[in-house]
Design a protein around this ligand. Structure first.
Ligand SMILES: [Zn+2]
Length: 320
């Protein structure tokens, strides 16, 4: 589920959705905030107490469900997931001893490309969970992987059973990330691993890009972690001990920073929700072939065991 905001044939749907105030900080319950980016309709704020950056307003629970369950209609989104699956497999090989993994759960499995890769290249069979009906159907019908539709808790999978539980580019979409991570942990067997991948909205590159960073789509990406807040979230969930992590900065972010000659535009100019929704389906995923070749090589060169990159990954071991 790397970019659900870009998948929605029902782009018009979001325009009709009501946004509600987020309430207290989802991480610490704090109630004092400062504005990070004053995007129209959905400003992004930082909790003064714990530093967690998040969208101040969110879709209602029913609205978010409609948004993510709706039919997909975007080749752009699918192409992006093919590239991400190749990266995510490499991340797992670096963070986890895959030779010891027999059972694998991918939460936010999207079209199922990572499940298929792990099966075909590593001999690891897995189960996916995905809200989008169209994406789950693609995985089941075209790739022959097992994807359950719905949320993780609805899927009814056995608790404490998986050697490895992953959630790549999912947690930034989640309004209540602590219970979400707790549910990831519950499905992992004691001694097994949970790996969470998300954008690092506190990375130096992202800070320099300001409101121009393309992952600021605050109606869809609602929880904007940095290394410290992601760790805090995992610790708050309980039952997990952080074992490591890593990061890299995608070349697209580096290129954007190089090409951006002036200071970033202010938030109101950099992102307009209505315009985004109107045009998202019209944008193709440019240069897919070139990007496919570059991204794998770039990842190998730029992967670091630190958490400074614009894409970060945290691994944790299930205790007990
Ligand atoms: Zn807080």
């Amino acid at each position: 589920m790397s970019e659900p905001a870009e998948q929605q044939g029902g782009g018009a749907g979001i325009a009709g959705e009501a946004f509600v105030d987020r309430g207290p900080c989802p991480l610490c319950g704090g109630e004092r905030f400062e504005t990070v980016h004053d995007f129209a309709k959905v400003p992004v704020r930082r909790c003064v107490s714990c530093g967690f950056v998040h969208s101040a307003r969110v879709m209602t629970a029913e609205g978010a469900r409609r948004y993510y369950t709706g039919e997909f209609g975007s080749a752009r989104h699918r192409d992006g997931q093919i590239l991400n699956a190749a990266i995510n497999e490499r991340v797992l090989a670096r963070l986890v001893d895959l030779g010891r993994v027999r059972t694998f759960l991918d939460v936010g499995a999207g079209y199922g490309f990572l499940l298929a890769r792990m099966r075909d290249r590593r001999g690891i069979s897995g189960v996916g969970v995905e809200l989008s009906a169209g994406e789950a159907a693609h995985g089941v019908e075209r790739l022959g992987v097992d994807i359950r539709r719905g949320t993780l808790d609805e899927a009814g999978l056995a608790h404490g059973s998986f050697d490895l539980v992953t959630a790549f580019e999912v947690i930034e979409h989640v309004q209540d990330p602590v219970p979400f991570v707790r549910s990831l942990a519950r499905h992992c067997r004691p001694g097994g691993h949970v790996v969470i991948g998300t954008d690092n909205f506190e990375s130096p590159t992202v800070r320099r890009l300001g409101a121009e960073f393309r992952k600021w789509i605050p109606h869809s990406h609602v929880s904007h972690f940095g290394p410290a807040t992601l760790r805090r979230c995992v610790e708050a969930a309980g039952g997990l001990a952080v074992t490591g992590g890593g990061s890299f900065t995608p070349w697209e972010n580096v290129l954007q920073r190089v090409l951006m000659r002036r200071a970033p535009r202010p938030a109101a100019e950099a992102f307009d929700l209505d315009a985004f929704v109107r045009t998202e389906m019209a944008r193709g995923y440019r240069m897919f072939g070139v990007r496919r070749r570059i991204s794998a090589a770039w990842f190998g060169l730029r992967w670091r065991r630190t958490m400074n990159g614009a894409m970060m990954y945290l691994s944790a071991r299930r205790e007990g």
